[in-house]
Design a protein around this ligand. Structure first.
Ligand code: SF4
Ligand code: MG
Length: 326
């Protein structure tokens, strides 16, 4: 009952010209106050769909949603668009990979940042401006007063991402969702941005749902990890267990893909062959069986359940032996 966010059996289907396709097939997880949970997996596994569902940003006309998303005890699916808009940006904020999808190119940084305060606080115009400048300073933007007058295209990628973080953290949200927040940045800037996010979230005791395909970022940031494949959680573990004893063959494959500066390691770099199945392509068995080096006959016939072992749970027949015996 202590969860800030509790997602229960969330299912999302896309209505397309090729029929109704399953994008999320019943995912459940919780996020506690102050905790960082990483959602990992290749693109097309349902990570972004999960975050958009939580934010209430999936189009109602082209998607079908079932299951429950409880945030601070409120069922988000039951809220109207107006109530959801009030929560979004104030209690739940989001940072995207590409700042230009959220920064408006025709407005100055100052105007956009002040707008966050206008929407969600009772501050006066003067106070909004002061807060905006203070927030830019907090995220390490130099010459904050000048930057207030500039347009997004005048800033570097790293600076734009700092502005995004300033906008997201402006109202001290309880939950921050970051979707590939540093993927577009070079390694040095990436490390600075991650450190900044960690620092801000710790100060504000914000919970972070971090979406990434980069396990290096996960190791740096997360307390717990959810590995997603084909719209399902295939492994859930605390970060130490995941790195020391990954259970699911997909997790093991992802871990082998981490680039290492060590040349010897690099030679052993062993990406997972093949790709994530298209939505609707798998109707039975384990969705990973086409790429799994350990697939057995059973994997073709029956879908494995998520079975737990202490803090670690995995969806794979290799670990569901007791259930086989029953
Ligand atoms: Fe591989 Fe079978 Fe486990 Fe799926 S259930 S991950 S195919 S061993
Ligand atoms: Mg994505």
């Amino acid at each position: 009952k202590d969860a800030l966010l509790a997602v229960n059996d969330l299912r999302v289907k896309f209505r397309t010209e090729n029929g109704v396709l399953p994008a999320l097939q019943g995912i459940s997880f919780q996020l506690k106050k102050g905790e960082t949970v990483a959602l990992v997996g290749e693109s097309g596994c349902g990570k972004s769909v999960t975050s958009l569902a939580i934010m209430g940003l999936l189009s109602r006309s082209s998607t079908q949603m079932e299951g429950s998303i409880r945030f601070q005890g409120r069922e988000l699916g039951k809220l109207g668009p107006k109530e959801m808009r009030e929560i979004r940006g104030k209690e739940i904020a989001m940072i995207f990979q590409e700042p230009m999808t959220s920064l408006n190119p025709v407005h100055t940084i100052g105007k956009q940042l002040e707008e966050v305060y206008r929407l969600h606080t009772d501050l006066s115009k003067k106070e909004r401006r002061e807060q905006a400048i203070a927030m830019l300073k907090k995220v390490g933007v130099p010459r904050a007063e000048e930057i207030m007058r500039e347009y997004p295209h005048q800033l570097s990628g790293g600076m734009k991402q700092r502005v995004m973080i300033a906008m997201a953290m402006a109202c001290n949200p309880h939950l921050l969702i970051a979707d590939e927040p540093t993927t577009a940045l070079d390694v040095t800037i990436q490390a600075q941005i991650l450190e900044l996010m960690n620092d801000l979230k710790e100060k504000a005791n914000t919970s972070l749902l971090l979406i990434t395909h980069d396990l290096g970022v996960v190791a740096e940031m997360a307390n717990r990890v959810l590995v997603m494949y084909y719209g399902e959680i295939v492994e859930e573990a605390d970060v130490a267990s995941l790195f020391t004893q990954p259970l699911h063959p997909y997790t093991a494959g992802l871990l082998r893909c981490i680039p290492d500066l060590d040349e010897e390691e690099k030679k052993r770099l062993d990406p997972i062959e093949g790709s994530v199945p298209l939505l609707g392509e798998v109707t039975e068995g384990c969705a990973f069986r086409f790429r799994c080096p350990l697939a057995m006959e059973r994997c073709y016939l029956e879908k494995p359940p998520l079975s737990g072992q202490g803090t670690q749970a995995v969806r794979c027949w290799l670990y569901a032996k007791e259930e086989m015996a029953v």
